[in-house]
Design a protein around this ligand. Structure first.
Ligand SMILES: Cc1ncc(COP(=O)(O)O)c(C=O)c1O
Length: 380
């Protein structure tokens, strides 16, 4: 939808607007991978957990992967299909409940496996072990699960001679917004280092980071890789994408509150912020697109878009517009459905953006509004 049509929607900002049609398109593409290869596809809740969309997603995918107790519970109660839970370490007091809620539990170390195996087996969980392939092509260290010194997954050397009682599958996660070509190279390392274990496993989870729904992604190669590993080791393959499910499937709507001149730089202060509502802009860092705007200097009026918090660096980026921005102008940041709602903070008492769904056909349904109580109740 273009910015003119979006601007005419009656939205109180800040607001995440989820594009239901696009979520469904993304899920249909992932379902085609599932149909072609027999692999099972899980939604990574850490990326996208707006559960009002779960009934739609469940039509196409097999279940969810959870990062601990709360996501496992959300998956069990709201998604209602397979729940796979993995955490760098499980909290002992929570593990019984995690095991009750989960179909699969994936341990991050042999010591965790030994500690919790009996509890997991009592709840009939399928057990897995996360391995670290020791190879990745993720350039940003913050997002690289295989960076030197990473705590994520057991290295091959640590498994020499290991028996792994009860474990029927391996899991690795080594990609971040990457193509099937990278998966091919990672998979080669996994086979070289863990192939002897795969021989006796029943399933292999290829983790997330597969950018399947991005234009130009080589779906055929992904399918070939899945087919090959499935046939070679005779196992069930899983993938657990998060971002690919919600890629380009939502906007963050914001309003200009004020414009100021900072010694020659025009700044627009918004009723949203990178720090609170789009944290990856600062963490990664990356530059979101704004509908109808260009890069700095491309259109006649360049503005720095900045957040309404005390953080000096709470800057989204520099953008240009056909006319000068004014208080009250509405802006739409694109691709804001994943890793946003799940990561928000209320720093400076910033209100959480409401969550709305844009239905195919144009109807907007506000599914959640937040209030002062949501801020207050976390603090004492
Ligand atoms: C273990 C695991 N699985 C799946 C994912 C989902 O990754 P993405 O959203 O990039 O597909 C992540 C992301 O960090 C992860 O750590």
């Amino acid at each position: 939808m273009d910015s003119d049509r979006l601007s005419r929607l009656d939205l109180k900002t800040p607001c995440y607007l989820i594009d239901r049609g696009r979520i469904e398109e993304n899920c249909r593409l992932l379902a085609r991978v599932r149909e072609r290869t027999g692999c099972r596809v899980l939604l990574a809740l850490k990326a996208f957990a707006a559960f009002s969309l779960f009934p739609l997603i469940r039509k196409h995918l097999d279940g969810v992967c959870a990062s601990g107790l709360y996501e496992a519970r959300l998956g069990r109660e709201e998604f209602g299909a397979e729940v796979h839970t993995h955490a760098p370490a499980f909290v002992p007091e929570q593990f019984g409940e995690i095991a009750r809620l989960s179909d699969f539990v994936v341990f991050n170390s042999v010591s965790q496996l030994e500690r919790f195996r009996a509890d997991a087996e009592r709840e009939n969980c399928v057990l897995g072990l996360r391995v670290n392939p020791g190879y990745s092509e993720v350039e940003t260290a913050l997002y690289n699960p295989c960076a030197p010194g990473s705590r994520l997954g057991v290295r091959a050397a640590a498994l020499a001679g290991a028996d792994l009682p009860g474990v029927s599958g391996l899991h690795f996660h080594a990609l971040c917004e990457q193509g099937a070509d990278v998966l091919e190279r990672v998979l080669a390392r996994v086979e070289a280092r863990f192939g002897h274990l795969l021989e006796r496993m029943e399933w292999l989870n290829l983790g997330g980071g597969h950018h399947v729904t991005r234009p130009g992604y080589d779906v055929d190669l992904l399918c070939r890789l899945i087919d090959r590993v499935r046939e070679r080791y005779r196992l069930q393959v899983y993938i657990e994408p998060g971002e690919a499910v919600a890629l380009n499937a939502g906007w963050l709507a914001a309003t200009v509150l004020d414009t100021v001149d900072a010694g020659g730089m025009a700044i627009a202060i918004l009723d949203t912020s990178a720090e609170t509502h789009m944290p990856d802009v600062l963490a990664m860092p990356y530059r979101p697109q704004v509908l109808g705007a260009g890069g700095p200097g491309e259109l006649p009026h360049t503005f720095r878009l900045a957040g309404n918090t005390c953080l000096a660096g709470d800057v989204i980026g520099d953008y240009s517009f056909p006319r000068p921005l004014e208080p009250g102008d509405r802006l739409f940041f694109t691709d804001m459905a994943h890793y946003t709602m799940v990561k928000n903070t209320t720093f400076n008492g910033a209100p959480l953006p409401s969550i709305a769904v844009l239905h195919p056909g144009g109807r907007v349904e506000v599914v959640r509004r937040f209030s002062y109580e949501d801020f207050r109740n976390r603090l004492s």
